[in-house]
Design a protein around this ligand. Structure first.
Ligand code: NAD
Ligand code: DAU
Length: 353
């Protein structure tokens, strides 16, 4: 059994589905609070699968963590649960400190207590995998080398500061007590099941709805995109063969400006679902006020995980973005479901001014 936190969110749900699809895989206890970003619908295909135990709960709840560890005796924890959206962290950082920092601390403490009491062989095999982000490294100039595992940590947003803080806690629990931790710092993910507050799904859905496609500032900020199933495969590989105490950067070697991303989505939609009036979707592009403190460029050097663990991404950006656009076109019921309730409140609040 493994314990996954945040497994009803975008990457967590993709990971749980991918994990259980592997031949001979162990079961998953999936602990998720079901915030606005958590969605049981993402896991609907596992409704009758006894290998998946879903528990609605908070990583801040130490008693619950202790109970789940004692009851299910997992051989690993994969920690996805977090507040993940930079814009939200600017509007209200409190939840980011609570879940990302205090929540990771609670989980580390529960894991340490559980792991300390394991028999020697299980203790040796146990892993705590912390899923983190390239945003902890801050921002790059156009000529800087890509982020490596030894790049100085310099987070710029409340979100990235909270993730950097959690990375430091994870490191300290290894160095102080020997907890066998692994940390992954990954670039921007995209693909099925991503909540439409993030750039790629927001643009696909706004385009189809005839709404503006908001580009923050000049749109020349650069992100390094990775298709989500490649991230899931990398996490599986790190869990299997990563060295405790090590950091692994994960990225897709796909540096793109935001405006280029949006234009490529528009081109795919023009091809697959042309507007009735024959006008291209790019006509909906609208430059809006920039994000405060907006990081200019991220780029990942994923050489270590390639060399040491033989992981490289299977998808190029062209294949991944085509699959992604197609997935959203094929899943109108998923879109309708996430566009109700909490999502509407967020959009109304965020774009109100
Ligand atoms: P998401 O916002 O889609 O999902 C987060 C999940 O965590 C949700 O299901 C939510 O209900 C759950 N959650 C939130 N607070 C919780 C709490 N207190 N207790 C239990 N569950 C809670 O996020 P995502 O994009 O899937 O990101 C998952 C992880 O990967 C995060 O740690 C994020 O920092 C990291 N990451 C994301 C990206 C990316 O591009 N999305 C890239 C690198 C790393
Ligand atoms: O780099 C990894 C990070 O990628 C993860 O740790 C975060 O959890 C994830 O949210 C993502 O952060 P970003 O801020 O890069 O992602 P987002 O999709 O919000 O924005 C991508 C870029 O697009 C960024 O430069 C801001 C810009 N943007 C975003 C939105 C939502 C726009 O120009 N317009 C928009 O409407």
């Amino acid at each position: 059994m493994i314990l996954v936190t945040g497994g009803a969110g975008f990457i967590g749900a993709n990971f749980v589905l991918d994990w259980l699809a592997q031949p001979g895989s162990e079961g998953v206890v999936n602990l998720d609070k079901l915030t606005y970003a958590g969605n049981r619908h993402n896991l609907a295909s596992l409704a009758d699968d006894a290998r998946h135990v879903f528990v609605q709960g908070d990583v801040l709840d130490r008693a619950l963590l202790d109970r789940l560890l004692a009851e299910h005796q997992p051989r690993a924890i994969v920690h996805f649960a977090a507040e993940s959206h930079v814009d939200r962290s600017i509007h209200g950082p409190e939840d980011f400190i609570q879940t990302n920092v205090v929540g990771t601390f609670r989980l580390l403490e529960a894991a340490r207590q559980y792991w300390s009491a394991l028999p020697a062989m299980q203790k040796e095999a146990f892993r705590f995998l912390h899923v983190s982000t390239d945003e902890v490294y801050g921002t790059l100039s156009p000529t800087d080398p890509a982020f490596s595992e030894t790049t100085h940590v310099a987070p710029n947003s409340p979100y990235s500061a909270s993730k950097a803080a959690s990375d430091h806690l994870v490191r300290a629990w290894h160095h102080t007590w020997g907890l066998p931790v692994l940390t992954t710092n990954c670039s921007n993910n995209y693909g099925p099941l991503q909540f439409p507050e993030k750039l790629i799904p927001l643009v696909i859905l706004n385009a189809l709805a005839g709404k503006p496609l908001p580009i923050y500032g000049d749109g020349l900020q650069v992100r390094d995109w990775l298709y989500v199933s490649d991230h899931c495969a990398a996490i599986r590989r790190v869990l299997q063969a990563g060295r405790p105490g090590e950091i692994y950067n994960i990225g897709g070697h796909n540096e793109k400006t935001n405006i280029a991303i949006v234009r490529s989505i528009c081109a795919l939609l023009d091809e697959q679902r042309p507007r009735a009036d024959g006008v291209g979707y790019a006509s909906q592009i609208t430059h809006v006020t920039d994000r405060p403190g907006h990081d200019r460029r991220y780029a990942i050097d994923a050489g270590k995980i390639a060399r040491e663990l033989d992981w490289t991404p299977a998808e190029t950006f062209d294949t991944g973005i085509r699959k992604t656009v197609q997935w959203y076109l094929d899943h109108p019921e998923w879109i309708a479901q996430v566009q109700s309730g909490a999502y509407r409140e967020w959009v109304a609040k965020h774009y109100a001014g």
